[in-house]
Ligand binder design. Structure first.
Ligand SMILES: [Zn+2]
Length: 409
């Protein structure tokens, strides 16, 4: 019979890296390939109402096996891997009975996961650690989530003594490029609440995300021959630098953590004639988030007045909001996950996400959706790794959540 490890290895070998620059849905064909494989495996597991949309969303249902009136619980994982690092020809390595030493991924200095650099490795001594060979990412984000869900379904199907209500499953494309919720049909999914299985290390449980906005700034300078520039030139590059200089240095990603928000300059292109800047703005607190946006606007206003010959345009757009406000009215679903972990001997680690999740957007679309761990570390990196035991624990937590709901109603 298929084990969780078999499934995981099978899924990571399909290249499902998403692509920001693509206008297709899903953004890359590999995601459709994995979606088709999962559709087939869901059929083999005997699930019902299996659907694969032309945009790459796989949905399925495990019907209830009890007459009790129970809420429909959803579990969601994403098909794609990060555009940051190649997901092509992933070659997973297994380190059985890990002894606490450096993990040699390949030949060469950069192909070592040093125990010194990753002290969290020592938490997994004696376990099986899975890495890539150091030339690609592993793809535990989020194929560990998919494998944990599929294994939980398989367990439920082979354990008819476990009574449960209807379970809804979705595998979604393009999470890593922020489009995972774009074509998610909440109504068709049919869950009362759901969990994304897309978190990090063992025990992670998340229901707070950033509020997020993106700002594009277009600066048109006044270009004159430098020899005759006196009191005439307005250098777009220098205006861009001045704008960045007005933003608080201590509110940059590299100087913030926990609940501290930031302005992040992630693109700057230009010449004397014209410059373009892109910032992302993040804060967990809605009020501080609005203040950050307002401050950036006021800086642009000031510079527009100061350099009236130049043109400075700001286009700012909200991207997603902190899901906390949508989860709080259904807080029992967080408590449920916490209890499911504790009953499996796992200490829940509740932390704010310094980012977003598909669950954040789904929560605002009417599907409250906290995030639970997969067990993985170093996501979006060639040094990504996951202990098999953590992934198995994720699968057990899924089953436990389902059992707790049945027992509580
Ligand atoms: Zn993910």
């Amino acid at each position: 019979m298929d084990t969780l490890l078999d499934r995981f290895i099978r899924y990571v070998k399909i290249d499902t890296q998403s692509a920001e620059e693509s206008s297709a849905h899903p953004s890359t064909p590999g995601q459709m390939e994995l979606a088709r494989l999962l559709k087939q495996e869901l059929q083999e597991l005997g699930l019902s109402n299996i659907r694969l949309s032309d945009k790459g969303y796989v949905m399925a249902e495990l019907p209830a096996n009890t007459d009790k009136a129970l809420p429909v619980i959803g579990f969601i994982a994403h098909l794609d891997t990060s555009p940051d690092v190649s997901g092509k020809n992933v070659f997973p390595l297994l380190f059985h009975d890990y002894d606490g030493s450096d993990l040699i991924l390949g030949e060469g200095e950069n192909l070592v996961l040093k125990a010194e650099d990753y002290p969290e490795l020592k938490d997994y001594i004696g376990q099986t650690i899975i890495t890539s060979n150091g030339t690609t990412l592993l793809g535990a984000d989020d194929k560990a989530g998919i494998a944990a869900i599929m294994t939980a379904l398989s367990h439920l199907q082979s354990s008819p003594d476990i009574k449960h209500g209807k379970i809804a499953i979705a595998f979604t494309p393009d999470e890593e490029i922020g489009q995972g919720a774009d074509h998610f049909n909440v109504e068709a999914f049919g869950a009362d609440f759901a969990y994304t299985v897309d978190g990090g290390p063992l025990g992670e449980l998340e229901y707070e995300t950033f509020n997020a906005a993106i700002a594009h700034i277009d600066i048109k300078g006044v270009n004159v021959h430098p020899g005759t520039a006196y009191m005439r030139m307005q250098n777009a590059l220098l205006i861009a630098m001045e704008l960045n200089g007005m933003l608080p240095v201590n509110e940059r990603p590299e100087f913030t953590r926990d609940y501290e928000g930031f302005y992040h300059l992630n693109k700057l292109d230009g010449s004397v004639e014209a410059a373009k800047m892109t910032y992302i703005i993040r804060d967990h607190d809605r009020e501080k988030f609005e203040q950050k946006k307002a401050y950036l606007e006021s800086c642009v206003d000031f510079l527009s007045k100061k350099y009236c010959g130049a043109g400075i345009k700001l286009h700012m757009q909200d991207q997603y909001y902190n899901m906390k406000e949508k989860i709080e009215p259904f807080f029992h679903i967080v408590t449920l996950a916490e209890q499911a972990m504790e009953e499996n001997g796992i200490e829940p680690l509740i932390r704010p996400i310094r980012g977003g999740t598909d669950g954040a957007r789904l929560s605002f679309m009417g599907l409250p959706c906290p995030n639970i761990f997969t067990g993985g570390h170093n996501f979006h990196s060639r040094y990504e790794f996951i202990p098999l035991e953590s992934m198995e624990a994720a699968s057990r937590v899924i089953v436990k959540i389902i059992q707790l709901v049945e027992a509580q109603e």
